[in-house]
Ligand binder design. Structure first.
Ligand code: FES
Ligand code: MG
Length: 597
């Protein structure tokens, strides 16, 4: 239920800065400098809510750049509802370009946003999101600070096309790399075809990490219903920006805060919806991380327990055939939630930013196109959620089962005595440079039954955790028509990849995880039914390897390149625990517990 006890203007947080007669000097200093660009004394002192707008768009973050225009409508909405908008920047995070990886900046942007929300005269905030890590960074900060907050996605790009063929962002790159390796296309055609996937402003038009995480924000109840996947150029995108602006002002008066919304029920809804969406394998990392900051324990066992049985309903790349423009027209996130609600799989009473329950919001929002958003009982794939695999090398690793291809099933899951298990000889790589240097070396003897292993790619081994586990087979195999091999690793993979890798293995090699003990030529057994991955050697041999590694000083990984890399590596949790900063997760509701000093 929404808090019916509306607060008074005397209770606004911003009064501490702008109406504090006990400290006339500091109050005057706060006020006078905002006047210098034309804000009036009346706006600052007459009891209007001061609303921050966290601007995540910039020339460096093109996926979110559209927010530079959208923010005008957000401000219109805030003013129409009686608030005063203050726009400020978020640390840029661009998934494709940031090196060594954009995930390194999720926690950095989070820290910066926490300080801004805590330390400035803001009564509420609009969090503009889009590209992959901008959404979790914003939600994590909202949970920590807990001032009224609402998420506004910038929306996906329009569909990409090549002739009559859909071209999905990210997903096309994985396909083209194989075509290039097989010699079917040259570099110029590679670039030309890749650019077909990005026809307009907006973030990735596939159900990659960006569309997944913005959908998750809506499912969690943190953005207006139906807003997550409105394509960036559509007029509805500007309209919902205005509505978001008006709504945040009411949320301040209602004292409706993130921790009222980010409950255990909301996170369980997110897990269920992520399976139905065929969402990114990065979602468990981010959702578990947001939950930690909200004070809720969520782990990969929860993902399997709640999510694995859920069928795939969204026929969107990489798990399906369409793109987000069609997904929006078919009903978007509300239509997915409607199916899940009808099937009894949702906590419909979970509260959302519009003050209504998730269940109420999706009443009557049936799919408009069952080819794109399927009915629950006529789904694309049964049991489409993640499996949480364990064994003698790691405590947790995820496998996205919705993308296991027929070819993969026939080659690896074809043991009549145990159709869910396969064995293979491993070839081990230490980071992506090692992989690129050696993958085509014939001496590795990689064949159709090899399991490729990537280690040194977790948040410590490769600062932020690298999206490199979905490794392409050697060119020679691709030319023979073998386009994928099972992959396992302690890093992540792109949300736009359709590879059924075993990824996010935690703990990682760099922090004492068992992948560090693996040697090329070892045999692994993967048993999907029992969720087990076992290295097939004696326990005594494994122990001897562990001792040898300890004597050598542990698993080696490259040194730090920047201060932040060193800081994050010294205090980051493993991927299964959300890759959060250990000290940060202890801070909660800081806006109320610690009046700004
Ligand atoms: Fe930014 Fe995909 S690269 S959304
Ligand atoms: Mg990525």
């Amino acid at each position: 239920m929404v808090n019916s006890q509306r607060i008074t203007s005397e209770q606004l947080r911003s009064r501490y800065w702008f109406d504090n007669p006990d400290h006339p000097g500091t109050t005057a200093l706060c006020i006078e400098r905002y006047l210098n660009y034309g804000i009036t004394l009346d706006e600052l002192t007459s009891g209007k809510p001061i609303i921050g707008i966290c601007q995540s768009g910039s020339d460096l973050t093109p996926c979110n750049r559209h927010h530079i225009d959208l923010v005008k409508r957000v401000k219109d909405g805030i003013r129409a509802a009686g608030g005063v908008p203050f726009e400020f920047p978020m640390h840029p995070i661009h998934e494709n370009v940031r090196r060594p990886t954009a995930a390194l900046d999720r926690n950095l942007a989070y820290l910066g946003l926490v300080e801004v929300l805590h330390g400035y005269p803001l009564d509420g905030v609009v969090l503009t999101t889009g590209c992959d890590k901008t959404t979790p960074a914003a939600l994590m900060a909202a949970a920590t600070v807990n001032i009224p907050a609402i998420v506004l996605s910038g929306g996906p790009m329009l569909n990409g096309w090549r002739g009559a063929e859909r071209v999905g962002s990210g997903t096309i790159i994985w396909e083209l790399r194989k075509r290039l390796a097989a010699g079917d296309i040259d570099y110029a055609e590679f670039l030309s075809r890749a650019s077909d996937s990005a026809p307009s402003i907006g973030h990735c038009n596939t159900m990659g990490t960006a569309s997944t995480m913005n959908s998750m924000a809506e499912v969690l109840g943190m953005s207006l219903p139906g807003s997550a996947v409105i394509p960036a150029p559509y007029k509805e995108r500007a309209m919902v920006s205005y509505d978001t602006g008006t709504r945040i002002v009411d949320m301040v008066w209602e004292d409706l805060r993130p921790l009222d919304i980010l409950t255990r029920e909301a996170f369980e809804n997110a897990i269920v919806a992520c399976s139905a969406l065929g969402g990114s394998s990065n979602a468990p990392v981010h959702i578990n991380g947001i939950a930690r900051h909200a004070g809720i324990t969520l782990d990969n066992d929860d993902w399997q327990r709640l999510g694995h049985e859920i069928p795939l309903l969204a026929n969107v790349m990489p798990a399906g055939a369409f793109l987000c423009e069609e997904f929006y027209r078919a009903g978007g996130v509300p239509a997915i939630l409607h199916e899940l609600q009808t099937a009894g799989k949702l906590h419909g009473s979970a509260l959302t930013v519009n003050g209504r329950s998730l269940g109420d919001n999706v009443q009557g929002r049936e799919t408009q196109d069952p080819d794109v958003i399927c009915r629950y009982n006529d789904s694309l794939v049964d049991h489409a959620g993640f499996l949480n695999l364990k064994g003698n090398l790691f405590d947790s690793a995820l496998m996205k089962t919705s993308v296991i291809s027929r070819d993969f099933r026939e080659r690896f899951l074809n043991d009549p005595s145990d159709p869910d298990a396969f064995e293979g000889k491993v070839v081990v790589f230490d980071g992506s440079e090692d992989y690129h240097a050696r993958i085509d070396d014939p001496a590795l003897n990689i064949d159709a039954h090899t399991i490729l292993v990537m280690r040194g790619a977790g948040p410590v081994g490769h600062p932020g955790g690298a999206e490199v586990v979905n490794m392409q087979p050697p060119e020679a195999l691709i030319k023979q028509g073998i386009e994928s091999l099972p992959c396992l690793g302690d890093g992540r993979q792109s949300g736009t990849s359709g590879s059924p890798s075993i990824l996010n293995a935690s703990p990682e090699a760099a922090t004492g995880g068992g992948l560090a003990l693996l040697e090329s030529g070892d045999r692994l057994r993967v048993d999907l039914k029992r969720c087990k991955v076992q290295l097939l050697i004696d326990a005594s041999e494994l122990e001897a390897r562990r001792e040898r590694l300890a004597q050598q000083g542990g698993y080696r990984y490259p040194g730090h390149q920047t201060p932040w890399q060193e800081i994050q590596r010294s205090m980051v949790e493993p991927l299964d625990r959300g890759m959060t900063l250990i000290p940060a997760a202890q801070y909660r509701d800081v806006a109320r517990q610690h009046p700004p000093r």
